[in-house]
Design a protein around this ligand. Structure first.
Ligand SMILES: [Zn+2]
Length: 73
């Protein structure tokens, strides 16, 4: 039989609370890291996109391809 006494129960509850809050904190850190990774990926994608852009010699607008670009001036 399990001899559950009040101090043992209190320690058990305290352990559960500690583990619960530990996981919650861990989840928050993971979410933060994921958000940062997402932001970094977005920054990288933006950089690549801007590197691929060509400046139109006529109107100065940046476009991915001069063939598909029509000057808006
Ligand atoms: Zn143009």
């Amino acid at each position: 039989m399990f001899g559950f006494s009040l101090p043992k129960l209190l320690v058990l509850i305290a352990l559960i609370v500690v583990v619960w809050y530990g996981f919650k904190a861990l989840g928050r850190v993971n979410r933060k890291r994921q958000a940062q990774a997402k932001q970094a990926a977005r920054d990288e994608a933006t950089q690549i996109a801007s590197e691929d852009m060509i400046k139109c010699p006529k109107c100065g607008a940046y476009t991915a391809s001069l063939d598909s670009h029509t000057c808006e001036v």
